[in-house]
Design a protein around this ligand. Structure first.
Ligand code: PMP
Ligand code: GLU
Length: 392
């Protein structure tokens, strides 16, 4: 038989999804696995959102939505949210496309921008899907490696070192998965300076926007001077509203790119699910208390887990500023991150994600998700303390 796609064969499958699947399969098979692998909130979707979906189904929102790129009340709710929370002005008629999950919004953004050979920069450690998505959209992924010692800070100099005549765009994530960094105004300013000077587009992934700890503030790069015309912003309901299974995200940006994104949607997925869009209206326009309750719960878990991990010999864990992952390292260990996660699974029944999945600057680390009940985190800490000597 003839060869299957070289392009698709050239990229790995998502490691985060694979470890998640594996942990859940082991649990189904009766093993006592503590799943700290996946970025899926342990909370239930707030009831008023579930009710809105039920009502929508009963009222016939089970056909194609119209417009396909998002029902008007949702496009309007997103535009209002972006104006209010992000200081980004979007015309709901032309500047927003609703997608089945934020992941597809990322792919739409790349598809709208990339020509063959274009280089797309991303900050590493990076969420596993960026480099493969860049390749699948026809571009060349280029890592801008950041170091744990410098708290994964991005500077103008570091960025400039990776710019070539082929550089087309930069992807940023704030708060970051897996490092938990929230980009500061200074860092964003440095990015805008380079982006404007070098005429780069910026893809801003703000999916963890609502999950920021302490008194830090989220700043949307698309609101900064000179950036509106070159920024595509991604967001969605998966993380803030505990709605990963509903598959609802969006892409927002300047009209010319959004026209291409809508065209891509029309020839591929068509749309997000109609009744999910109705639920999304309820999520964005209804009470936000549950979002804040979940954020506070993650913050309590972070404080507990960071302290507890640092007390275990051989584990070093920075505190995180946002999102719901910890990214500890194992100083003094001779094992690489794949060996570390294997040992954790085999010897302690703990499923984590190997740091190498987030790029070579993630090596030596393991990602633990704290979107996991406190009782599970406590059990994980007990087990970790017992097997710590085996991680050396
Ligand atoms: N961006 C980042 C950084 C993520 O971690 C995720 C999690 N899956 C997504 C985007 C997309 O999430 P979803 O497709 O569930 O909206
Ligand atoms: N974003 C989550 C994670 O990093 C969910 C899985 C995925 O889509 O990669 O674990």
């Amino acid at each position: 038989m003839k060869d299957l796609s070289l392009l698709v064969r050239s990229v790995p499958a998502s490691v985060t999804l694979a470890v998640n699947d594996k942990a859940k399969a082991l649990q189904r098979a009766g093993q006592d696995i503590i799943a700290l692998a996946g970025g899926d909130p342990d909370f239930a979707t707030p009831p008023h959102i579930v009710k809105a979906a039920f009502n929508a189904i009963q009222n016939g929102a089970t056909h194609y939505p119209a417009p396909m790129k998002g029902i008007m009340p949702l496009l309007e709710a997103i535009a209002e949210k972006m104006e209010h929370d992000n200081a980004i002005h979007c015309d709901p008629q032309t500047d927003i496309v609703v997608t089945p999950g934020g992941k597809w919004a990322l792919f739409l953004a790349l598809s709208a921008l990339i020509n063959p050979g274009d280089e797309v920069l991303y900050l590493e450690p990076v969420w596993v899907s960026y480099p493969p998505m860049i390749k699948l959209a026809g571009g060349q992924p280029v890592a801008v490696s950041l170091s744990a010692e410098d708290n994964y800070r991005i500077t103008e100099e570091t960025l400039r070192q990776k710019i070539t005549p082929y550089t087309k765009a930069l992807m940023i994530t704030t708060p970051s998965n897996p490092t938990g960094r929230v980009l500061t105004w200074e860092e964003l300013k440095a990015i805008t300076k380079v982006a404007i000077e070098k005429d780069l587009y910026v893809i801003a992934d703000e999916i963890y926007e609502k999950l920021i700890f302490d008194d830090r503030q989220h700043i949307s790069i698309g609101s900064m001077p000179g950036m509106g015309e070159r920024t595509l912003t991604i967001n969605g309901l998966s993380k803030a509203y505990a709605m990963t299974g509903w598959r609802l995200g969006w892409l927002a940006g300047p009209t010319p790119m959004m026209k291409l994104a809508a065209k891509m949607n029309s020839q591929t997925v068509s749309s997000a699910a109609n009744f999910t869009m109705h639920a999304a209206v309820a999520a964005l326009t209804g009470p936000q208390d549950s979002v804040e309750e979940m954020r506070l719960a993650y913050q309590v878990r972070r404080d507990f887990m960071v302290d507890a991990l640092n007390e275990i010999p051989g584990i070093s864990c920075r505190s995180v500023e946002g999102a719901f992952y910890l990214f500890p390292s194992f100083p003094g260990s001779s094992k690489n991150s794949l060996e570390l996660t294997d040992t954790l699974l085999d010897r302690a029944g703990i499923a984590g994600t190997p740091g190498i999945a987030f790029g070579s600057s993630g090596e030596g680390h393991v990602r633990f998700s704290i979107a996991t009940a406190m009782s599970e985190l406590e059990r994980a800490v007990e087990r970790l303390a017992k097997v710590a000597h085996e991680l050396l």
